[in-house]
Design a protein around this ligand. Sequence first.
Ligand SMILES: [Zn+2]
Ligand SMILES: [Zn+2]
Length: 619
Amino acid sequence: MQRIRIRHSLAVIGFIAIAQTAPPRLEHYRLVPGFLPEVFTESGMAQGNGFATPNPWGTYTAYRLATNAKGHRTWRIENYLPNPAGTTAQGSSMYLFEGSTRALLVDTAQNTVDAPGQPDLKAVVRHLLGSNDDGSARAKAVDFVVANTHSHGDHTGKNSLMSDRTVYYPDLDWPRSAAPPNYVPIKEGGGPTTHGSGTATGEIDLGSRKIVAIDLHAHTPGSTGYLDRENQMIATGDAIGSAYVWAHFASITQYAEAVRHLQDVLRPFDWVAVLPAHFYQVKQGLRGKAPINGRPLDKAYVDDQRRVAEGILNGSVVGEPYRVVGRNAAIATIDSAGVVYTLGNLSPAGALEPAAYHAIEIPGPSAIDPPSGRFAAIDAIKSRIYLIRDFGQETLYLVVGSTKALLIGTGSGTPGIAAFVKKLAGALPVEVIVTSTDPGQIGGLAQFAGATIYIPDSMAAPAGTSGVTRVSRGSRIDLGTDRAGRPLHLDVHPLSGHDPTGLTLLDATNRVLFSGDALGTQASDAGLILREGLTPFDGALARWRTATDGKYDLVYTAHNYEWFTSPAYVDSVQAAVRKGIAEGDAALTDSTRLPGMKVIRSAGAPDVIASIVLAGRGL
Ligand SMILES: [Zn+2]
Ligand SMILES: [Zn+2]
């Protein structure tokens, strides 16, 4: 019985594949008569307000993508919101699917101000539906309903204008309070929900044209695609991006699931067009050049997105800092696709493969030359640094010079660190240093038998190691030169407090400090676990600062996954110490991360705040 059923379904799939005829080819750049083309800067952003001449359609323009055999048309509508400086404008794309009885507008784009007397979004849509392709008035124009791909403001900007018609709104993005009465929940397959009338819609019938909802949850919890099977097109919002996806709002495990689901959904369709919500990005940057040459999104893009997501998860893809979002975010790319993610949320707790290591390269291929802006200190690095996260949330660093590479810390000891690091270092020999006796420093040491291993001079040789080299104040580890041809070496600056063996490493050429566990983690709770008393640590820190102050612009700790921490963090550590000494018990608050422990917090923004747990001799 089961075998017959399988044969039957295979036969059906085969039949569909054979019977499939090519849908109308999409004309991505066919302007509707009367609308203006956009003008773009060299970087692919809309220039000024997006248009070279006064636009009779305000902030909008429209392209007719296709007309099918039934006469149903599909449009792309663009809406440009000038950026604060006014030199460029941010574009959001909408799609309009016309059926026999009504039309569907996917998204309402930006919250641009429609100038009085100028057409608003409703007028634009009515004009498109009410005109024949030659611009003459259409005898029987259909009205339209609206569906949102997700809750972000650059795609729901004109929802309030649509209060006189149904707005299908993703069930899992449902407004927390006061959803407008015209909102109807929508999700793949429809079904019960606690929102709206209690039943979600799964498909929208436009009359001889059906649009079905596809769950693509990750960019937002409810991100939804709108698939037209017959005409082989799907509007995906931001769910898989428009050239690269902002997936850092979710785990990459969840994002990979969403992309795999989309692959499954699109498998039967040979020519399917993927219609994203920031269309201008399809020809931005490298995508504008060969071999992609600005090609609009298709199934190959979906396949590439899956490869990136899975490569991030299994560690085979190395990311780099994603400066646009800031210190928490990284980006990884393969071929036509890119994924923005955070090393702090790759997967639900414990769900990663223990042997998988994850790395970002600093500064990475996108370094800005000459260095400029908020992250100039990153761009100024001329060595190659890898920030590596392991299964135990330990952070390791690999510094690559011209003659050798140095691994700082060996992590919690899950299998594979030696092989992972060897791949990053290429042909160069890898040496190893541990900066304290912490388990996160020495856990993986056993995997480096035969390598040169440096340990603090006050530390007993860890079991299983032989021939260690001891380092202390003034020791220098030479890695040859950096990419700029400058001497690249790491100088040892001991700092006890967390651990009596603790040491830090300074690359004064590239102005980078690797602080091990000696300065703790930059965080608002349980950052530095201090085993010595506050007063002796205050003295040790002051002496350490005399030798190191002014020599670095970046701090890399043994637990932060963020790729940018400024030296102001060290000021915060000292401020917390001084606060504890000055205020005594009054400075202590309860730790949330370590229940039962007390913590001293410095003042400061989330990216510089220090927090000290008194784990030993207290004040
Ligand atoms: Zn979005
Ligand atoms: Zn967006």
